[in-house]
Write a protein that binds this ligand. Structure first.
Ligand code: PLP
Length: 457
């Protein structure tokens, strides 16, 4: 583990916070256990041992799923806020943290060039997408939602919760929404909202948002952008390859955008966000709860959120992180994203030179997720080998992930048979989302090669 600055930071900041409330009389906790550090320490030792039963998500050799450790300043700020445990439902529950939430969300919106908007934090991307599709349904009841077959699986489920009909649009061999397939759905005339994914969960594919915007002029519909994973890449989108660059440049044209600070934004879990371009959609959130303690005339975030209680600490951690690492192109945070992407391109390049591996036929990763198939006589054998290599990697402390992808994505263009379009193969997947991954790529590669030798031996 790296030297952890959080304990010292926390001691110091806790003293400052205690000073803020210094005029209050001291009191002793009534709880015996809360006054017994030895008993708590014993429990925490057990907790630490139990937590050892995890993959080492904080380490650069963890290069599997979308797991990025929170920044130390986020951990410290979150823990500091726990002294108060504010609730951002209403100002009475979290005055300071509500203000921090409003500022933090404005910074995220600023990445997309939005200054007037409505937005708030949510418990995650699923809740944020739910609010976006709920608003879509309020605006156009009875009309359909469509998204690519590579869109996050929760869109279909959310639509069913909202009793909105949902249809999947075919994806191409790069995992991007197929524009012809989209247009033929639009011609049916009953689509209210197109879900456009910038950074799909499986492979980090970027749907052609600019082309969807062009179709909107002809057919008229809402565009909801699910950028839960890929939203922050707006900061380095000028350096992306051309179709993705154009998609990101069109982000300000969306009607709503979801970004998860707990994916790429260095935050502890429990931090998603939803932004609406038209602040007037706030009218749908109106409620007149008799329990809500609206003691001030300021905006209460509970009035523009479907959830009631929400952790104020989440906003505090995000605000602190953005102070230290502003969301600016060329800044340290943006450079961290560029490092992960460089690592992904380098891994993809090496895979293409090695006959044991088959990366995506149609081209290099669009963001920082690499997927590849193991070369074998049949998809079944390839899938079997992928499992073996995945397990062998873990024995040498390299942690990758597995993903099911269409066989046709690994065949030369036009070679796909009718079966292979439907057939899936288990592939290896590596999300190289830590800034350290670039410097660790040689070691990751050595371990992958060693694991392949083990799996074949
Ligand atoms: C992770 C993800 C989600 C779901 O977000 P949670 O924060 O896990 O609820 C939705 N869409 C995309 C594209 C994602 O990558």
């Amino acid at each position: 583990m790296p030297n952890d600055p959080v304990p010292d930071l926390l001691v110091r900041a806790t003293e400052v916070l205690e000073g803020e409330f210094g005029s209050l009389p001291d009191f002793d906790a009534a709880s015996d256990t809360a006054r017994n550090p030895e008993a708590m320490a014993r429990v925490l030792d057990t907790v630490a041992h139990r937590l050892g039963n995890n993959y080492p998500y904080f380490h650069p050799l963890y290069a599997g799923q979308m797991l990025k450790p929170p920044h130390p300043v986020a951990r410290a700020a979150y823990a500091l806020a726990m002294v108060l445990n504010p609730n951002n439902h209403a100002r009475d529950g979290g005055r300071a943290s509500s203000e921090m939430e409003i500022e933090a969300v404005a910074h995220i919106a600023g990445m997309f060039g939005w200054t007037e908007f409505l937005g708030h934090l949510t418990s995650g991307g699923t809740q944020a997408n739910l609010e976006a599709l709920w608003v879509a349904g309020q605006l156009a009841p009875g009309r359909r939602i469509v998204g690519s077959e590579q869109a996050h699986y929760t869109h279909q489920r959310i639509s069913s919760v909202l009793k909105l009909e949902y249809a999947s649009i075919a994806a191409d061999r790069r995992g991007r929404m197929d524009m012809e397939a989209l247009e033929s759905e639009l011609r049916k005339g009953d689509v209210s909202t197109v879900v456009v994914t910038l950074g799909t969960t499986a492979i980090g594919a970027v749907d052609p948002l600019d082309q969807v915007v062009a179709l909107r002029r002809r057919y008229g519909f809402r565009i909801h952008v699910d950028a839960a994973y890929g939203g922050y890449f707006r900061l380095i989108s000028d350096a992306l390859d051309s179709p993705a660059r154009a998609a990101y440049a069109a982000l300000d044209q969306a009607d709503s955008i979801v970004v998860d600070p707990h994916k790429h934004g260095l935050q502890p879990y429990g931090c998603g966000s939803i932004l609406f371009r038209d602040p007037a959609v706030g009218r749908f959130y109106k409620h007149d709860s008799p329990y809500t303690y609206f003691t001030s005339k300021e905006l209460h975030l509970g009035e523009i959120s479907l959830e009631c209680s929400r952790a104020g600490a989440t906003a505090v951690a995000l605000w602190a992180t953005q102070q230290l690492l502003p969301l600016t192109p060329g800044g340290e945070f943006a450079q961290g994203l560029a490092c992960g992407r460089a690592a992904a391109l380098e891994l993809d390049r090496r895979l293409r030179l090695d006959p044991r591996f088959e990366p995506l036929t149609a081209g290099a990763p669009e963001l920082d997720i690499v997927v590849w198939k193991l070369n074998a006589a049949s998809p079944e054998q390839s899938s079997h080998l992928a499992h073996k290599v995945f397990l062998a990697c873990a024995t040498v402390d390299l942690h990758l992930a597995l993903v099911q992808l269409p066989v046709a994505w690994f065949e030369p263009a036009g070679a796909g048979t009718a079966e292979s379009a439907q057939e899936y193969v288990t592939c290896l997947r590596s999300v190289l989302m830590k800034p350290e991954h670039e410097a660790w790529l040689d070691r990751i590669w050595e371990k992958l090669i060693a694991a392949c030798a083990k799996a074949e031996g």
